[in-house]
Design a protein around this ligand. Structure first.
Ligand SMILES: Nc1ncnc2c1ncn2[C@@H]1O[C@H](COP(=O)(O)OP(=O)(O)OP(=O)(O)O)[C@@H](O)[C@H]1O
Length: 246
């Protein structure tokens, strides 16, 4: 498979703190890549730097064959690399459908095609029955589905998910995972940061482990969790990995 997203020696520092210390990572088209690591290991920083919310202090990011280092977050989203946030923020005073129609609307009249696409996406994510409700009336889990729905309006090639099921009830977690798998079957590439190891095990093809701003392991879930460096990184850390590993 061809690489879709590639970072080379990516660096991000905050004063004296090196949050990403030379991250080189390649994600193939169609892949689901999990990124795990203890708290503070640099996962969110990596997301923010790749997607243009932070400016890299070194290294490059290539997406779909194009150097996107230094591009703004909006440009990057337009090129097909979208992301979600740990904290979702829909337009609370708009309805669910209006939230989708507002994506890239720039005040121009909404086309019939866009309306149809919005309704298709709401059906696909099983929230069509909420289309006319205000977003503020949705539960936290439903708002995560709405955030995904808004991203799908951009028709992204790759979605970076930041803890997609954190704070979501188990039934809705299963539904979100089911829809993510369906999107991947349709060809969407995913990079996912998640502390829920059951989700990573179920969804990720390959797992990259961060520790102190660096990559310390890469492979299948079973491969990386068997590595002593990974176990050591999680030692003493209250984490789901400890529960999974026993
Ligand atoms: N905006 C910032 N300003 C200063 N320091 C930051 C900033 N963002 C992150 N850091 C620091 O960079 C390091 C990496 O943080 P980051 O949030 O990327 O880790 P993480 O692996 O995503 O952690 P978690 O799993 O807790 O979300 C931490 O030491 C953090 O305190």
């Amino acid at each position: 498979m061809a690489p879709l997203l590639e970072t080379t020696d990516l660096e991000k520092t905050f004063g004296a703190l090196v949050a990403n210390d030379g991250i080189s990572l390649t994600v193939d088209a169609g892949e689901v890549r999990g990124i795990i690591g203890p708290n503070g290991s640099g996962k969110s920083t990596f997301f923010n730097t790749v997607t243009g919310f932070y400016t890299a202090d070194g290294g490059t990011v290539t997406f779909d064959g194009e150097d996107i280092t230094g591009c703004s977050s909006h440009e990057i989203a337009r090129k097909g690399l979208a992301r979600t946030f740990q904290i979702v923020s829909p337009f609370e005073n708009l309805t669910v459908r209006q939230n989708l129609l507002a994506v890239h609307s720039k005040g121009v009249r909404v086309s019939e095609d866009k309306r149809e696409r919005a309704d298709e996406i709401l059906e696909f994510l099983d929230i069509a029955h909420l289309a006319d409700d205000e977003a503020s009336e949705m539960s936290g889990g439903q708002q995560k589905l709405l955030e995904l729905a808004r991203l799908l309006m951009l028709d992204p090639k790759c979605i970076m998910l930041d803890e997609p099921t954190a704070g979501v009830n188990p039934a809705l977690q299963d539904r979100i995972l089911d829809r993510l798998i369906a999107m991947n079957d349709r060809g969407t590439t995913f990079v996912i940061v998640e502390h829920d190891m059951d989700l990573i095990r179920a969804f990720a093809d390959t797992v990259t482990v961060f520790d102190q701003g660096r990559i310390i392991a890469e492979g299948t879930f079973d491969e990386v969790t068997a590595e002593s460096r990974v176990r050591d990184a999680y030692l003493g850390v209250e984490s789901d990995l400890k529960e999974v590993l026993g």
